[in-house]
Design a protein around this ligand. Structure first.
Ligand code: NCD
Length: 311
């Protein structure tokens, strides 16, 4: 890890979780831990910076945590959370021109957009760093970083863990990013989903090319007792090509107290949130539920990342 330092991440785009080496991820986790333990060291470190947040899709955690992180670093934040308030949504301005404007007005662009490839396209247009805060069903790399940071904080190490991903593995963008980031570690992956929501072929092919062992199944109860981590996702209603398919699958999986009766002592349940009905709320009070801590970790990881990219 000795070869990685702040310079490696300075001015970097964050487009795909594939683009970060294990050493870089571990460096980001070390800095995130420092942010968590000694926040005063980072306060106002980006005092003269302006960060653009342009969100073409709804968001609670990603938007608010990036904004809180930027402000805790002393930066100003500009942009929009509602595209109809911009000329892009309201007057037909192009994506290209919108990016050029925010490139001129700020030091970095954080973007969420419903189209796959949107963040990459923005990075091609902008000379300033671009951070992907969700590109359609394709990727959500900073979510993967905070997911791994949470896993590392709980277990000390990521290697050797048995990780189950359950739910909408087809349309959930946190899933590919999580798989790409985990592929840098020695893990066993289990994809648990109804057939029509199983992991997409390009993710499978990527994992196979990295010799990551994985299994696919539809029965959660068969897999759950061997897992160290259960990562749950909601049905991505807004991304279904066929709305009747969504109605058929709605409610097809739900984690209840009954499912976790015989799980491993130290097993943890994660969820990128928002939750709809896939985790019963009485799980929240068990020692297994770590999803609210996971959301909190988003602050530390995003603060670390902004600090590393911009200072
Ligand atoms: C996720 C997203 O936007 O992809 N939310 C988040 O950023 N925490 C997950 C989701 O919407 O289901």
């Amino acid at each position: 890890m000795g070869s990685i330092n702040k310079e490696n991440l300075k001015n970097r785009d964050v487009i795909s979780a594939k683009d970060f080496s294990r050493e870089e991820l571990e460096f980001i986790f070390d800095i995130s831990k420092e942010v968590k333990e000694k926040p005063e060291r980072f306060r106002n470190s980006l005092k003269d910076k302006i960060i653009s947040m342009i969100f073409f899709e709804p968001s609670t955690r990603t938007y608010q945590s990036f904004q809180t992180s930027a402000k805790s670093l002393g930066s100003d934040v500009i942009g929009f959370a509602e595209p109809n308030s911009s000329s892009y949504g309201g007057k037909g301005e192009s994506f290209h021109d919108t990016i050029r404007i925010f490139e001129n007005y700020s030091d970095c662009i954080i973007i969420r957009h419903p189209a796959a490839g949107s963040a990459k396209f923005a990075a091609e247009i902008s000379k300033k760093p671009v951070i992907n805060a969700g590109s359609g069903f394709q990727e959500h790399p900073t979510q993967a970083m905070l997911d791994l940071f949470t896993i590392k904080s709980e277990f000390g190490e990521i290697d050797t863990l048995n990780i189950g991903l359950v739910g909408d593995l087809r349309y959930g963008r946190t899933i590919p990013s999580l798989c790409y980031a985990l592929s840098k570690f020695d893990v066993q992956l289990n994809f648990i989903a109804p057939d029509t929501l199983q992991i997409r072929p390009e993710v499978e092919e990527f994992l196979a090319s990295k010799s990551i062992s994985f299994s696919k199944q539809s029965d959660l109860n068969k897999a759950i007792n061997d897992l160290d981590v259960l990562y749950v996702t909601r049905l991505q209603k807004e991304r279904f090509v066929d709305p009747t398919e969504y109605l058929k699958l709605k409610g097809s999986y739900r984690i209840t107290l009954d499912n976790i009766k015989n799980v491993k002592e130290g097993m943890i349940i994660l969820h990128p949130l928002p939750r709809v009905d896939e985790i019963s709320s009485d799980i929240d009070n068990t020692k297994f539920a770590k999803y609210f801590e996971q959301a909190r970790n988003g602050l530390f990881v995003r603060t670390a990342l902004l600090n590393l990219i911009l200072s």
